[in-house]
Design a protein around this ligand. Structure first.
Ligand code: NAP
Length: 273
C-alpha cells in the first residue's frame, strides 16, 4: 500500500462477518491492482454522512448491503435502469466524483444458476419477495417464466408489473407451482442459521434444480433434502461469488476468477467470518 492505493468498501449493519473483503482483496492481489477493500459498519441514520465521506475521501467503489440498499439511492448521482426498476443498489462506482449505483444481486443469481443449468425459457418458482427475491425475480423474468410466492402476498403481487406472477406462500400454492417449475429458488431467510426449510421434502423430485440463496450454513436443510431427492443443487455461496464478480467487473473491467473467489469465501466461512 502507498499513496496511490485505492479504497473500496462494503457498507452495512451488520457487516463484520461479510465475505466480500476476502473475495475482493484476493482479486486485487491476483490482478496486481493497487487497491484495498474494507468493511464499514454504517447505522441507518449515518448513511447520508457516510456517502458524503465517500465523496470527500474519494473512495473508489462500494458494495451496499442491508439495510441501505434502497435508501442509498437518494444520495447517489445516477442509478442503472435495473436499480431504478427494483429500487435497490448493491454496487456503487465513483467515476471522477460522480456516484453511480447498480444492482448485481439478480445477475449474480442468474450467472450462478447458468453455471449449472439452462435458465432461458425455463419455469422458475421463487420463494420470497424481500430485497433479494425481488432482484432475482426481476432479472430472471427477462429470460424465464417466473412465479413468486411470499408470506406477505402483497409484496409478491407487486411484482406483477414486471410480468411476474405473485401469490401467497401457502402449502396449496407451493405444491402446485413446484410441480410446474423446472427451477426452485429459496430467496427467503428461512434456513439461515437454523436447520429448517419451507419445502416439505415429499414435494422435491429428481430433475428439479434447487437453489438456496442462504449460504450460512452452506448446505441448508432445503439443499440436503433436494440432494436426497435427486435434484441438482446450487448453494448460496455461488450467488454471493457471482454478484461479487459482477461488482468487480463494474469497478475494474476485469472478468474475475470466480474459482478463487469461491475458495477464499469458503475459507472465510470455515473460519466463521
Ligand atoms: P429481506 O428483504 O428481509 O426478505 C426476507 C424474505 O424472507 C421475505 O420474503 C420474508 O417474507 C421471508 N421470510 C422471512 N421469514 C419467513 C418465514 N418464517 N416464513 C416465510 N417467509 C419468511 O431479506 P433479503 O435481503 O431478501 O435476504 C433474504 C436471505 O437471502 C437472507 O438470508 C440473506 O442472507 C440471503 N442473501 C443471500 C445473498 C447471496 O448472495 N447468496 C444475497 C442477498 C441475500 P415477508 O415478506 O412475508 O416478511
Amino acid at each position: 500500500m502507498n499513496g496511490e492505493t485505492k479504497v473500496y468498501a462494503v457498507i452495512g449493519k451488520p457487516v463484520r462477518h461479510s465475505l466480500s473483503p476476502v473475495m475482493h482483496n484476493a482479486l486485487f492481489k491476483k490482478y496486481g491492482i493497487n487497491a484495498v477493500y474494507v468493511a464499514f459498519e454504517v447505522f441507518p441514520e449515518q448513511l447520508r454522512d457516510a456517502i458524503l465521506g465517500v465523496r470527500a475521501l474519494g473512495i473508489a467503489g462500494l458494495n451496499v448491503t442491508m439495510p441501505h440498499k434502497e435508501k442509498i439511492i437518494e444520495y447517489l448521482d445516477k442509478v442503472s435502469p435495473d436499480s431504478k426498476a427494483i429500487s435497490s443498489v448493491n454496487t456503487v462506482i465513483n467515476s471522477n466524483g460522480e456516484l453511480i449505483g447498480y444492482t448485481t444481486d439478480g445477475t449474480g443469481a442468474r450467472k450462478a444458476l447458468e453455471r449449472f443449468t439452462n435458465v432461458e425459457g425455463s419455469r422458475v418458482l421463487i420463494l420470497g419477495a424481500g430485497g433479494a427475491g425481488k432482484a432475482i425475480a426481476y432479472e430472471l423474468a427477462k429470460y424465464s417464466d417466473v412465479v413468486v410466492l411470499n408470506r406477505t402476498p402483497e409484496k409478491a403481487r407487486a411484482l406483477e408489473k414486471f410480468g411476474i406472477k405473485g401469490d401467497a406462500l401457502t402449502m396449496e400454492n407451493l405444491s402446485y407451482y413446484i410441480e410446474w417449475a423446472d427451477i426452485l429458488i429459496n430467496a427467503t431467510s428461512v434456513g439461515m442459521g437454523k436447520y429448517e426449510s419451507l419445502v416439505p421434502k415429499e414435494l422435491l423430485r429428481e430433475g428439479l434444480v434447487v437453489m438456496d440463496i442462504v449460504y450460512k450454513p452452506i448446505k441448508t436443510k432445503l439443499l440436503k433434502d433436494a440432494e436426497k431427492a435427486g435434484c441438482l443443487t446450487v448453494d448460496g455461496l455461488w450467488m454471493l461469488v457471482y454478484q461479487g464478480a459482477e461488482s468487480f467487473k463494474l469497478w475494474t473491467g476485469i472478468h474475475p476468477d470466480v474459482e478463487l473467489m469461491r475458495r477464499v469465501a469458503l475459507e472465510g466461512l470455515r473460519k466463521g467470518k
